[in-house]
Write a protein that binds this ligand. Structure first.
Ligand SMILES: Cc1cc2nc3c(=O)[nH]c(=O)nc-3n(C[C@H](O)[C@H](O)[C@H](O)COP(=O)(O)O)c2cc1C
Length: 199
């Protein structure tokens, strides 16, 4: 089959797109509002953009035309902490996706402990194996929604020593990242192998 985007209903495009861009890593993003309330929410429209300096992108939709709390906080304070969602914390991660008003702290809703961050104000998730402290690099309105694309420059990386391999690098199997498939489906790493690139 083929989909000609200009002749396809938006509902169908969305559904196919979510099921094709897989598996997606999940950025579990902590921000703090200008009033000092912590916020935590998952986003799987997430990816690396540059390594020098390290920059990642977040694609965040709007709710009835209104920016989500994460977008609002990032635009107000320009700071966040992005945690890599793991299989171990997947149920709690999904709890933090509830659409709650900005005065509610999702760390408390999901029963998650906080640690202080070093270079930014938003709290860090104590049990996350990887946390990226970041500062807003650019903001773009994207698409017909429109939605928001936020580029975040990573200024500090926290890694649990327990997930490092014998050479001191993150070991994918110990990291146990959660992958998002379409809708409610998730996946874990079941097999990893090497392929040598040509010169
Ligand atoms: C695994 C997962 C991934 C998600 N990815 C996205 C995403 O990439 N973009 C988006 O706008 N919403 C995404 N959502 C929905 C948001 O998490 C949800 O709208 C949340 O309430 C936003 O919180 P906030 O208003 O506190 O920022 C995702 C939800 C889940 C469970």
């Amino acid at each position: 089959m083929e989909l000609n985007i200009s002749e396809t209903e938006q509902k169908e495009i969305t559904s196919f797109f979510y099921r094709i861009l897989i598996p997606r890593p999940i950025a579990w993003v902590s921000t703090r509002s200008k009033n000092g309330v912590d916020n935590l929410a998952p986003f799987s429209f997430y990816g690396g953009v540059s390594a020098n300096p390290p920059i990642v992108s977040l694609g965040i939709g709007r709710r009835a035309g209104k920016q989500k709390d994460t977008t609002q906080n990032l635009l107000d304070t320009e700071e966040c902490v992005i945690h890599l969602a793991s299989v171990e914390l997947s149920e709690k991660m999904v709890k933090t996706s509830a659409e709650l008003p900005p005065e509610i702290d999702e760390f408390e809703i999901a029963g998650l402990e906080k640690s202080e961050s070093t270079d930014v104000k938003p709290s860090r998730l104590k049990d996350a194996k990887v946390a990226l402290e970041g500062k807003l690099y650019r903001h773009l309105e994207v698409g017909n929604g429109p939605g928001d694309m936020l580029l975040v420059e990573v200024v500090r990386i926290h890694i649990d020593d327990g997930i490092l391999d014998e050479r001191g690098r993150p070991d994918p199997s110990k990291l146990d990242p959660l992958g998002r498939l379409g809708g409610r489906q998730y996946a874990s790493l079941t097999k990893a192998w090497e392929i040598i690139r040509p010169d």
